[in-house]
Write a protein that binds this ligand. Structure first.
Ligand code: CMC
Length: 431
């Protein structure tokens, strides 16, 4: 590292030179604003649609090295957490910044377990949706609605109030997610069973029928727990950016997280696993794969579950999910779409189109196959992603609230429209 951590910029319009400090490999966008600024001219701005090269925050939650395929939560590699930890312990780690002691863990699990119920009026609200409502639409609305049940959540400057909402949201998300699922099936909503673990209780609320107590298969509960861990955070992705952006207005965390759920709903983000399954079904048989790949290369459509803004080598989560696939299929039998997925991956990874663009399977390529084997319809896949991502959203929101450098999010624009037009009233224009 050189001593001189500055960038010299010469404005060729004026011949003037500026020296901008470099900190942590970044220059401050506001420093560019001094360049060329005069009474009549605004200073220089940076143009970055999609924030592809703009850091919006300092964060100590999640580290990603996309070229090397590294993902760490609070410094711990995802591979170790997926193998040796549990979702609730990982949630604690993300929220508190370090692993819990035995006592802290017991208290945390107790707190989460005893906040799993929701107000009966939330149930009535959910029952009001159309019979075929998409569960993500139901989830984002019901999480947003929680802000009206806990109006004290608005007091975001009180750490105890913040903690209570964090616990409530992590605890209630499986309840709301499971009820969104039962709704579309016309089945009665199942109340939480607090004797079960977090993931077992979620399976119970999803699948319990008339049996007095649901008996979850521990291998499936474990696989689902691993999937939740893999999704728990992913630094400044679209939905986290939505949570931070909305949260920067100092709104309550339920409203901020429901904005995150809305962002996750889209097919380029969390909705991709649903899109992968639909794509695999549409391809149907292995002999149709070459024609499908040709269509992708011609720009007709995307190979869903491939490519990532950050990972340009491999997605470490995809590697772990492939292993989880084997564990789940041992219990449920192999998903027949697996063969198509594997063949699609093989062909794509040998094709120059995908190689040259560094397109590899991402977390969503195989997760849908597991979810389907677990009897989830595709519409539910993103709900599972949202439940997993909740501790990450909240950890990022907590970081935002305490960050003195943060301001209300307000990007600049380059205005391309007309100016100073003369308004002609409707009756004159239409005459
Ligand atoms: N299939 C075909 N071509 C692709 C794909 C794909 N899945 N992804 C990117 N490309 C092409 C793209 O057309 C472009 O080609 P060209 O240079 O010729 O114009 C090039 O690769 C670079 O792509 P990009 O759109 O500039 O990349 P991005 O970083 O803006 O987009 C992405 C990342 C994930 C949105 C994109 O790869 C994509 O749409 N993938 C499919 C959807 C998907 O699987 N999403 C899940 C992401 S992982 C879960 C999560 O974290 O949300």
């Amino acid at each position: 590292m050189t001593e001189n951590q500055t960038l010299t910029v010469r404005d060729n319009r004026t011949g003037e030179e500026y020296e901008l400090p470099i900190t942590d490999g970044t220059v401050r966008a506001s420093d560019f604003n001094k360049i060329g600024k005069s009474e009549n001219e605004p200073g220089l701005a940076v143009y970055d649609p999609g924030f592809t090269n703009t850091a919006s925050t300092r964060s100590a939650v999640t580290y990603i090295d996309g070229d090397k395929g590294i993902l760490e939560y609070r410094g711990y590699p995802i591979e170790q957490l997926a193998e040796k930890s549990t979702f609730l312990e990982v949630a604690y780690l993300l929220i508190h910044g370090e692993l819990p002691t035995k006592e802290q863990h017991e208290r945390w699990v107790h707190e989460i377990t005893f906040h799993t119920f929701v107000h009966e009026n939330v149930k009535s609200l959910m029952q009001g949706f159309r019979y075929d409502a998409h569960p993500m639409g139901m989830l984002l609305s019901s999480v947003g609605a929680l802000s009206t049940f806990y109006p004290e959540a608005r007091n975001i400057s009180d750490p105890d109030v913040r903690h209570e909402q964090v616990v409530r949201m992590i605890a209630k998300m499986p309840t709301l997610g499971a009820w969104s699922f039962r709704h579309a099936q016309g089945k009665p909503y199942v109340y939480p069973d607090n004797d079960l673990t977090y993931t077992e209780n979620f399976l119970s609320m999803l699948f319990k029928m008339s049996e007095p107590k649901y008996d979850p298969d521990p291998r499936l509960a474990k696989a689902l727990d691993v999937l939740l861990i893999l999704h728990a955070d992913h630094e400044q992705n679209c939905s986290t950016n939505a949570v931070r952006s909305v949260g920067s207005s100092q709104v309550d965390p339920y409203s901020a997280v429901s904005a995150g759920i809305a962002a996750l709903y889209g097919p380029l983000h969390g909705g991709a696993n649903e899109a992968v399954l639909k794509m695999l079904r549409r391809i149907g048989t292995k002999d149709k794969i070459p024609a499908f790949i040709e269509g992708v290369k011609n720009g007709d459509e995307k190979l869903m579950g491939f490519g990532h803004r950050v990972y340009k080598n491999f997605d470490p989560r995809a590697t772990i999910i492939k292993k989880a696939c084997d564990d789940v299929f041992e219990v449920t039998g192999v998903n027949p779409l697996l063969e198509i997925a594997q063949e699609l991956e093989r062909i794509a990874l040998e094709d120059d189109y995908f190689i040259s663009r560094k397109l590899y399977p991402n977390v969503d390529f195989y997760s849908g196959l597991i979810y389907e084997a677990l009897q989830f319809p595709p519409e539910m896949f993103t709900v599972l992603f949202a439940i997993g991502r909740t501790p990450g959203w909240l950890a990022q929101w907590l970081e935002l609230v305490d960050d003195k450098e943060q301001k209300i999010a307000r990007p600049k624009q380059i205005y391309t429209g007309d100016r100073q037009l003369e308004f002609v009233p409707a009756e004159e224009r239409w005459a």
